[in-house]
Design a protein around this ligand. Structure first.
Ligand SMILES: Cc1ncc(COP(=O)(O)O)c(C=O)c1O
Length: 406
């Protein structure tokens, strides 16, 4: 609302002038971060609510009449504890789980519990923008750890910590997305996880593991979670129902040792997350978890294959490389260093193809020759056509010819 009241001297010192973003979708939208609307189990969610109404109408009414427990719906926490045990071998009770309004909230609560302005925090070299923004918002000095196509390289991580120490900087914790990383799509092998756990213990450095995409595997073996390999309390485990069910339901969760839960909880504003969403997700997944994954993941594989086939067809000989994720939503495109995909991002959007250039994921704002391409949202056909269009746009804008000589 345009207004003329003068707030200039009234804003809090910590507030930042943040543009209220308008979401626009390109014709070929590879910039988004979620699966396609047509794969959302709308009928299943509605049926789950109907069953609840038919069988437990009084419970439903009573629970909706009260503010939810600060840790969220006991039924969904109980389901989540069972899922963590059967999927990940993580043994926690429902009382050790806090449901949140998406895992973004969980990450924010944990960051606030652990971070003082100026603290050094490690992440992958390229990392989910939402976490990067929250870390920077709460004053962390974020340092990206070296990665290859399997994720963080443990020896290089150890060396990095030594180098930081020479500079008087001691990393306080590591945040990592080890399964189907956002944005690179990599999965960290078990052996590396064990090495990183050794480093974490030696360096007295907790690990926040974000398993946002763990359910979306369509190829290869799921690796054991850090939390599966270590129950000493050094691992804080975060995950989400956004990518498995629907982001609009806003349900995520985390589990950590008691004192971390209590400190994180101190930053919680209001009560637990939406009870109606929790009933829908719990009712739906209790009956359909395996069936739903078995329906969703082959579609994702088809979409990945289409995108990769089109990259092979249209980007061969340009010096570009791309990741081949075994699940999740993203292919990571790396052009020769001279290419500036940030500079042409808006032009490509106007020309019909959306993507997110590397700097959005980089603690140092570099990586302009890289881009995240979400393969999960568009159809296989649109993935094929959109990548062909992207090659044409890059060509028209001189991205390819500018790099051909590299
Ligand atoms: C790695 C990762 N973690 C967390 C989130 C936050 O998701 P949500 O808050 O919807 O659970 C996202 C969203 O894209 C993500 O990619």
């Amino acid at each position: 609302m345009p207004g003329s009241f003068n707030y200039d001297d009234l804003f809090s010192a910590d507030s930042q002038d943040t543009p209220l973003k308008v979401v626009t979708h390109a014709e070929y939208d590879f910039a988004v971060a979620y699966p396609a609307p047509e794969t959302l189990p709308v009928d299943g969610l509605t049926q789950a609510l109907q069953v609840m109404l038919d069988t437990r109408a009084e419970d439903l009414a009573r629970n909706l009449a009260y503010y939810p427990h600060v840790q969220g719906s006991p039924e969904l926490r109980e389901f989540t504890a069972g899922k963590l045990l059967s999927d990940r071998g993580i043994s926690v009770s429902p009382d050790e789980i806090m449901l949140t309004a998406g895992s973004g909230e969980a990450i924010g609560l944990v960051i606030q519990a652990l971070t003082n302005p100026g603290d050094t925090v490690l992440t992958e070299r390229y990392v989910y923008t939402g976490t990067l923004n929250q870390l920077q918002r709460f004053g962390a000095d974020v340092v990206g750890a070296p990665i290859d196509d399997m994720g963080i390289m443990p020896e290089a991580l150890d060396r990095l910590i030594d180098e930081l120490a020479e500079d008087g900087r001691r990393p306080k914790y590591l945040y990592t997305i080890a399964e189907h990383q956002n944005p690179t799509g990599s999965t960290l092998p078990e052996a590396r996880r064990r090495q990183i756990l050794d480093i974490a213990h030696r360096r007295n450095m907790p690990i926040i593991e974000d398993e946002c995409y763990v359910d979306l595997r369509f190829e290869g073996e799921t690796q054991p979670a850090f939390r599966t390999l270590d129950d000493s309390g050094i691992v804080i485990h975060v995950a989400s129902y956004s990518k498995l069910v629907a982001p609009g339901l806003r349900l995520g969760f985390f589990t950590a040792q008691d004192d971390v839960m209590r400190r994180a909880s101190s930053f919680k504003i209001g009560s637990g997350p939406n009870q109606f969403s929790a009933y829908a997700v719990e009712g739906f997944l209790r009956e359909n978890l395996d069936r739903h994954r078995a329906a969703l993941n082959p579609l994702l594989r088809e979409k990945r294959d289409a995108m990769i086939a089109s990259l092979e067809e249209n980007f061969a000989g340009t010096g570009a490389t791309w990741s081949r994720p075994q699940g999740g939503c993203y292919v990571w495109l790396t052009m020769p260093e001279k290419a500036d995909l940030g500079a042409v991002q808006q032009g490509c959007m106007d020309g019909g193809v959306g993507y997110v250039a590397g700097p959005a994921f980089a603690p140092n704002n570099d990586g302009a020759h890289c881009a995240r391409l979400c393969f999960a949202f568009e159809t296989p056909e649109k993935n094929r056509k959109g990548i062909a269009r992207l090659a044409e746009l890059f060509d028209d804008m001189g991205v390819l010819s500018g790099t051909a000589s590299v």
